[in-house]
Design a protein around this ligand. Structure first.
Ligand code: ZN
Ligand code: ZN
Length: 261
């Protein structure tokens, strides 16, 4: 694939919008907020899921995927994340209480387990399925990270959920090949305290953050808007001219090319 497809872009689930889910190559996705409804019968082609953190809107389809895969696949579904994120999956989801422990349950007729949890190291590049993913620490949960997503010497920076985070702007300045920033903006600027408490960004916080970058040549697109406040957030982003260089509010089904035209 020569593009990233945004399968889920919402900050919450609505009847018409899924939550965070990016298809970054034929067999690899980042987060699992909207796989079942978008992949259809192709869902069995998914081999790798890189997680940004363990919040429900980012992992919600993983249990259902494991349930489908156990009788149909011969190789384990590989799920990658920082240690705290994988610990959460083991403790709170695949614990034989909320859901069967598919990390121990073998694929029917095979010795491979249904899922395999693989711990990531921060700032280390992982080459998978023709792309490279490099996790960087964000300020959201203990195990939260964003990813630099690279193909053919072009890079896109995806923050997923985060509060203010200097590493975003350092990476953009360090790597001129980053041509697009996909950042979250969850609440209107008037909800600064809620944004701090829940570790999310507002348009006003994004404007403050942007002052840290020396570059102004990259595209900025936004996602993870809380549906109830979408109109206000869009107005504020436009008034503050934050969707730079052709950026937009991402909707489910949008695509971004790895190589900028
Ligand atoms: Zn979150
Ligand atoms: Zn989220």
């Amino acid at each position: 694939m020569e593009y990233i497809e945004f399968l889920g872009t919402g900050g919450t689930r609505t009847p018409t919008q899924g939550t965070t889910c990016l298809r970054v190559s034929d067999h690899c996705v980042i987060d699992a907020g909207n796989l079942i409804n978008t992949f259809g019968d192709d869902v069995f082609t998914i081999e790798h899921i890189f997680l940004t953190h363990s919040h429900l809107d980012h992992i919600i389809d993983i249990p259902f995927l494991a349930d489908l895969f156990v009788t149909q696949k011969s190789i384990s579904l590989k799920i990658y994340g920082l240690k705290a994120t994988l610990d959460d999956l083991r403790q709170f989801i695949f614990n034989h209480r909320v859901w069967p422990n598919f990390e121990e349950i073998a694929l029917i007729g095979h010795t491979n387990k249904t899922i395999e949890l693989i711990e990531l190291d921060l700032e280390k590049p992982y080459a998978v399925d023709g792309i490279t993913l490099t996790p960087f620490k964000t300020d959201h949960t203990e195990g939260s990270c964003g990813y630099m997503i690279e193909k053919n010497n072009s890079a896109i920076l995806f923050t997923a959920d985060t509060y203010k985070c200097s590493r975003i702007w350092e990476l953009i300045d360090e790597h001129p090949r980053i041509h697009t920033l996909i950042i979250e903006v969850s609440f209107p600027s008037g909800f600064a305290q809620l944004a701090f408490d829940s570790k999310h960004l507002t348009p006003a916080l994004l404007k403050e953050e942007l002052a840290q970058s020396k570059r102004s040549d990259f595209t900025i697109s936004a996602m993870h808007l809380k549906a109830l406040f979408k109109e206000t957030i869009v107005d504020e982003l436009n008034t503050l001219h934050l969707l730079r260089n052709g950026g937009k509010i991402l909707s489910d089904g949008d695509r971004t090319n790895y190589t900028q035209p």
